[in-house]
Design a protein around this ligand. Sequence first.
Ligand SMILES: CC(C)(COP(=O)(O)OP(=O)(O)OC[C@H]1O[C@@H](n2cnc3c(N)ncnc32)[C@H](O)[C@@H]1OP(=O)(O)O)[C@@H](O)C(=O)NCCC(=O)NCCS
Length: 242
Amino acid sequence: MSLSKSTVAVLGGGGHGKVLIDLLKDCKISTPFHDEHYAKIWLFDDNYIKTLPHDNDELNDQYDDQYNFGEQKTKHTYVNGVMVRGSIEDKKYGTSCLVCAIGDNSVRKTVVDDIEKTVSTMIFWIRLVGKNTSISKTARIDIGTVVLNNVNIGPDVKIGKHCIINNGSNVDHDCVVGDFVHIAPGAVLCGGVKVGNGTLIGANATVIPGITIGDNLVIRAGSTVVKDIISKQDRDMYYKKK
Ligand SMILES: CC(C)(COP(=O)(O)OP(=O)(O)OC[C@H]1O[C@@H](n2cnc3c(N)ncnc32)[C@H](O)[C@@H]1OP(=O)(O)O)[C@@H](O)C(=O)NCCC(=O)NCCS
């Protein structure tokens, strides 16, 4: 079955939401139905009335026509040219293809878990892949994960659900990355590194081969990890010595 111009609901209109909208406008998307097709983007954000700016009207009009297929314009808030259609918590997405665009790992998990518990219709969490990104044919990437631009993912890598593999990062051969992980821009996981659920590997951090990193940790931006860091105490000790 091939769905052309199917709708994707982007959940979250903050910084990461903007990035995913950019990607969706010009990228490969993978749904259970089709591998590469043009998506109609619908955006949801709980704070849209209170906080999102009505910026760049010219761009908004241009993208509104292009990405909302000329539907009647009403008074709405736009993010990166895409209209905010409602809140995440109302769960009236009008499509089963979703992507959770919340940068914070624990908030992203809370939102996804809540939707999975409460929405009774079938949901397809899409995977997204950006430009100039190389993914080995033997790598496995689970649902809801977004791999941004200029990323390398090596052979036999396993990446869990709803992760963010950010611009310019490198996840080398045999790495195992848990669910709801964020590998920040420019971070490098050398071969055979394991990263637990919910962990953030900070921007430009480097983790040497074979290291294990535990759940729900933040690895400092720019740091080099040469020993296993399993708990928060390990992490604090590790950086205290530096
Ligand atoms: C790790 C982090 C969360 C701070 O955690 P922390 O260990 O609680 O650090 P604190 O803010 O308490 O600072 C403690 C000390 O470490 C220093 N420090 C904090 N982060 C640092 C970093 N990334 N590199 C070097 N030093 C750092 C602080 O300057 C402070 O030094 P001081 O005691 O001499 O004043 C944060 O600095 C960080 O690197 N986050 C990752 C951000 C990121 O990459 N996000 C991705 C977005 S796409």
